[in-house]
Design a protein around this ligand. Structure first.
Ligand code: NAP
Length: 242
């Protein structure tokens, strides 16, 4: 019987690469999205055409009731949930002096409360032996200017990761965070001039941006039997930027 993984924010970017990778690893995958129904449905068709099993499910992770329904639909379709990849997130850059209340609240709602909403359901409903992977960022460590609000949300994600890994004692469920560095997705590329992209790509001694598949490889390891002894950790998947 194939294990069941919910990947939040899987319509595009890193989440889509994770959903595709976990499906090819043999997981049944719930492809969550907020607004991008068409790419999510297209990804499900692609997974099915490759012989996998998947379901697209709309839910704004910031809404606790929607996250409960996301787990309900996974359980109804596939009988239970083994893996939660809390990938959905947003990033807007601004200096502290220029950051609006709305920008702050949006980040807290999606990156912190959204992650928390998934963690609370997973803590109650994941089958024993399961896996949780949260999404931090290597800005926690790099602390560049204009990332204060975003970095604050990811610091909170790392804190919840460590605490929940201990709360789940006795259930054989691991809880880890993956913290990518600059990765070629819309979240990173949008609005950046080519020169800024090149500078950030060169932060890594490997001299390139991360690709979504690089991050999917790290998640694939953490949710596999080979990742079973990694618990309560933050894995910086960033090509060595920090
Ligand atoms: P992305 O390309 O912007 O994709 C974001 C995904 O999240 C989309 O599928 C989007 O769905 C979904 N999403 C956004 N708000 C949502 C909400 N409220 N509820 C449910 N889904 C929502 O971003 P990405 O670069 O793949 O980032 C994925 C994760 O990696 C994020 O947590 C990000 O902070 C982290 N990260 C990224 C980088 C990087 O350089 N790219 C670096 C470090 C960490 P819709 O299409 O439906 O809007």
């Amino acid at each position: 019987m194939s294990k069941v993984a919910i990947v939040t924010g899987a319509s595009r970017g890193i989440g889509a690469a994770i959903a595709e990778r976990l499906a090819s690893d043999g997981f049944t995958v719930v492809v969550n999205y907020a607004g991008s129904a068409e790419p999510a449905e297209a990804l499900v068709r692609k997974i099915e055409q490759a012989g996998g099993r998947a379901l697209a499910a709309q839910a704004d992770v910031a809404d606790p009731a929607a996250v409960r329904r996301l787990f309900d639909s996974a359980e109804a379709a596939f009988g239970g949930v083994d893996v939660l990849v809390n990938n959905a997130g947003i990033m807007e850059n601004a200096a502290v002096a220029d950051s609006s209340d709305e920008m702050f609240d949006r980040h807290m709602a999606i990156n912190v409360k959204g992650t928390f909403n998934g963690l609370r359901e997973a803590a109650k409903r994941l089958r024993d032996g399961g896996r949780i992977v949260n999404f931090s960022s290597s800005v926690v460590g790099l602390y560049q200017p204009n990332y204060a609000v975003y970095a604050a949300t990811k610091g909170a994600v790392e804190a919840m990761t460590h605490v929940l890994s201990k709360e789940l004692r006795g259930r054989s469920i691991t809880v880890n965070s993956v913290a990518p560095g600059p990765t070629a997705t819309e979240l990173f590329l949008k609005g950046k001039p080519q020169q800024a992209i090149d500078t950030l790509a060169n932060l890594s001694p490997l001299q390139r941006l991360g690709q979504p598949s690089d991050i999917a490889d790290a998640v694939s390891f953490l949710v596999s039997p080979n990742g079973g002894w990694i618990n309560g950790q933050v894995l910086r998947a960033n090509g060595g930027v920090i």
